[in-house]
Design a protein around this ligand. Structure first.
Ligand SMILES: Cc1cc2nc3c(=O)[nH]c(=O)nc-3n(C[C@H](O)[C@H](O)[C@H](O)COP(=O)(O)OP(=O)(O)OC[C@H]3O[C@@H](n4cnc5c(N)ncnc54)[C@H](O)[C@@H]3O)c2cc1C
Length: 338
């Protein structure tokens, strides 16, 4: 049975390393336990924060409500044939552990998403992506508990409304559903997606062929070089989404800033590198007391030690203003502000 603790520190439950408290804190290990928990008066009356690895939240202040840590475990193959495998994964499993499990089994699909921090249950939230791969292409179903009805529900891939760093769980179902299990379809023939980023060069350096397990190693190496380790320097990865603008606007931008980085994503739209916009505004490495912008990766805001959530939020808003003024582009936060 879940024990509800009071006035509990979330310092070790968020990768920004922010010292903030939650009024109540508990965890659950199964759907049944969660449904029982939701019957509790505290859950009925208080605001609720569902927590996985805390690697995509900014605690802007103490949380005046109940925090529920998702600890539903289990990785089970539920179906397979000679080409594909269907796997049910508990939302509380660590995402990177699942990636390692899958490549060790010889399955392919999610290897480019290695070393993304956080839980499996949060992976559909913002449709995690990296190195040319998005998780939506490997999710077949998401199981969640409807908070109001206290009932198990299920969505298929289409119903999840997956988009770039977005899904129904950040939209219509925000705060209404708690993901408990995710079903993945992976492949027995290697996909070997090496076109994006420096994967090919890294494989060359490693003197290894493209294979799911070698791509995993390459991605881990690249990410370790480029991104700060939250255990050393508090951060949440990319703080902003890459803005999507009209091709005509990108053309104008390119005239003024010939080096601007953008990828055409349709006949009408281009995705612009938010990191480039921030870097080109001279902000990479910028620091204000305990908060700053990482000196290698302009899209990552960092806690240099004992920063308050509201100071990071202030810096983010300052960056948004500068980018709007310089390029007439509005940045959207990728990180969830609590
Ligand atoms: C160093 C670093 C690198 C990163 N790189 C990437 C990257 O390459 N690509 C990428 O996409 N992301 C990246 N991220 C962001 C982050 O790792 C992902 O968004 C991850 O999926 C968050 O998982 P989490 O369990 O930590 O979520 P949390 O931070 O715990 O939660 C995130 C949001 O989802 C909600 N939530 C969590 N679990 C559930 C659930 N079971 N049911 C309902 N709601 C839930 C929370 O309430 C919150 O709003 C990076 C972060 C860091 C620190």
């Amino acid at each position: 049975m879940s024990i509800i603790k009071q006035n509990y520190s979330l310092r070790n439950y968020n990768t920004f390393g922010i010292t903030a408290k939650t009024k109540y804190f508990t965890s659950f290990t199964s759907e049944e336990e969660l449904i029982k928990l939701l019957e509790n008066d505290i859950c009925k009356l208080e605001k609720m924060l569902i927590l996985g690895g805390g690697s995509n939240i900014l605690l802007s202040e103490d949380f005046d409500g109940i925090t529920l840590l998702n600890d539903v475990k289990g990785i089970n193959i539920i179906k397979e044939n000679s080409k594909e495998v269907i796997i049910e994964v508990g939302a509380g499993e660590i995402w990177h552990d699942f990636v390692l499990w899958s490549v060790k089994k010889g399955f392919s699909g999610i290897e480019n998403l290695a070393l993304i921090p956080g839980s499996v249950g949060a992976s559909p939230m913002q449709n995690i992506g990296a190195y040319g791969v998005e998780v939506k292409d490997f999710i077949t179903q998401v199981y969640y508990i409807d908070i109001a009805k206290k009932k198990k529900k299920e969505l298929n891939n289409n119903e999840c409304g997956f988009e770039y760093r977005n899904s129904i769980f950040k939209g219509r179902l925000k705060g209404k559903g708690i993901v408990t299990k995710v079903i993945f379809k992976l492949y027995k023939t290697p996909i070997n997606n090496t076109d994006y980023g420096d994967i090919k060069e890294e494989l060359k350096k490693l003197k290894k062929n493209a294979s799911p397990i070698n791509i995993t190693e390459a991605v881990i190496n690249i990410r370790n070089r480029k991104l700060p380790d939250p255990a050393i320097l508090g951060n949440c990865g990319s703080f902003f989404k890459n803005p999507i603008i009209k091709n005509s606007k990108f053309k104008k931008l390119k005239k003024e800033f010939p080096n601007v980085i953008g990828y055409k994503i349709s006949n009408t739209k281009t995705k612009v590198s938010a990191g480039w916009l921030i870097d080109n505004a001279g902000l990479k490495g910028y620091r204000e007391k305990n908060v700053g912008i990482h000196n290698k990766q302009a899209l990552v805001l960092v806690n240099h030690g004992n920063a308050k959530g509201k100071d990071i939020l202030k810096l983010a808003e300052k960056i948004e203003l500068i980018i709007k003024k310089k390029y007439d582009i509005s940045l959207e936060k990728e990180v969830n502000i609590i």
